[in-house]
Design a protein around this ligand. Structure first.
Ligand SMILES: *Cc1c(COP(=O)(O)O)cnc(C)c1O
Length: 368
């Protein structure tokens, strides 16, 4: 709608974020119980959250009249210990998405450039656009990150480079030597964000020592999250690890009090619940294998995933999404990423995976 308010052009060009349909919303539309809906659209943990995290959250949520600990003292200490870094290398944020925004706000201004691969996570792209930065998009003709075009993009003199490994929505990952070699080419005055939201799901052979990269590169910010493998997406907790000069600047830019005490306490407990993480990774590995094998049997190609979701080529992603919703499965069409022929499907419980594959088999027989 036309408005007399003079929004800057890069703000007026922003698109609204469209989240997946909610379980409650679809259940009432279909007139069925919410338990019969499988949400496989946001790469959430199908096992829920660690019971220890839930208890810690409940215990910590009692006094909501106080502002939370802005320094996230206990969580920072736990993460510093886990990774063997000093506490001032750790920056906690309201989801790692908020850290992507903070990194962008710290480095980008109108006219500065930011480099990222085609098919990069929308949240980073939007954060850069909000700041009026000029995007340099490294073409990815095979969908997975193309290190050749990304390396050439460095010649355009970006202030900030963004690389998710594994990527979303692709699910693919680079081998650790390639990441290390690319980082060695990033000039020291250029900051790089290495987004490892799916780190825990990566096969051991593909997992590099990213903490060592942070030690060797004062211009590197590594981000991870409690939203995916740890099952705390609703609480909004993520973190970054960087050397102190960069970390200190990020903390100054970060808005205060964005991570509640309940979220901080749950994250500390989740970090220590190794049994829950192990179970999550086992269920995911089996589900991922079944989902990829099932899609292949049905004749749908997919990218090789190192995450808890699969990007699969179905022909018309939006039509398939609507068809599967009628069967109680919420999946993610990715037309907004420029991939209208693809669907992103999160790995669910074994029952959810087999139910989804049956619905896709029926849909493939009777396209409507
Ligand atoms: C899910 C995701 C995140 C962050 O999620 P938060 O809930 O904000 O921590 C970051 N990067 C990628 C690539 C993701 O898929």
């Amino acid at each position: 709608m036309a408005s007399p308010i003079p929004f800057p052009p890069h703000i007026a060009a922003l698109k609204a974020y469209i989240p997946g349909r909610g379980i409650g919303q679809l259940a009432s539309e279909l007139g069925i119980a919410p338990e019969r809906i499988a949400k496989l659209a946001s790469n959430e943990n199908p096992l829920g959250a660690s019971p220890l995290a839930i208890k810690a959250m409940a215990d910590a949520a009692i006094d909501v009249s106080r502002y939370p600990d802005n320094d996230c003292t206990a969580l920072v200490a736990a993460l510093a210990q886990r990774y063997g870094v000093p506490p001032d290398w750790v920056v906690v944020g309201a989801g790692s998405e908020s850290l992507l925004g903070i990194a962008a706000a710290t480095l980008l201004t109108p006219g500065r450039k930011t480099l990222y691969p085609q098919y990069s996570f929308q949240a980073f792209v939007n954060a850069a656009q909000r700041l009026g930065a000029m995007p340099i998009v490294a073409a990815a003709p095979e969908l997975a990150v193309d290190l050749g075009t990304l390396t050439r993009g460095l010649g355009e003199e970006p202030a900030l480079v963004y690389l998710a490994n594994p990527g979303n929505p692709t699910g693919t990952c680079l081998d650790p030597d390639s990441v290390r070699d690319f980082l060695a080419r990033v000039p020291p005055h250029v900051v790089m964000v290495l987004d490892e939201a799916y780190f825990e799901f990566m096969p051991a052979a593909l997992r590099g020592d990213s903490i060592a990269l942070v030690r060797n590169h004062p211009n590197l910010l590594l981000t991870r999250t409690f939203s995916k493998a740890y099952g705390l997406a609703g609480l909004r907790v993520g973190y970054g690890i960087a050397q102190p000069a960069l970390a200190d600047m990020l903390r100054r830019v970060r808005p205060p009090f964005t991570v509640s005490d309940a979220a901080q306490a749950a994250a500390v407990a989740a970090l220590h619940d190794e049994e829950f993480l192990r179970r999550t990774l086992t269920v995911n590995a089996e589900g991922l294998h079944a989902l990829q094998a099932g899609l292949e049997t049905l004749g749908f190609s997919h990218l090789p995933s190192s995450t808890n979701f699969v990007l699969t080529e179905v022909g018309d992603g939006a039509a398939w999404s609507r068809r599967l919703e009628r069967e109680g499965f919420i999946v993610r069409p990715v037309g907004n990423y420029g991939l209208p022929g693809w669907l992103r499907i999160s790995v669910g419980t074994p029952a959810e995976v087999s139910g989804l594959l049956s619905a896709m088999a029926a849909g493939a027989r009777n396209p409507t």
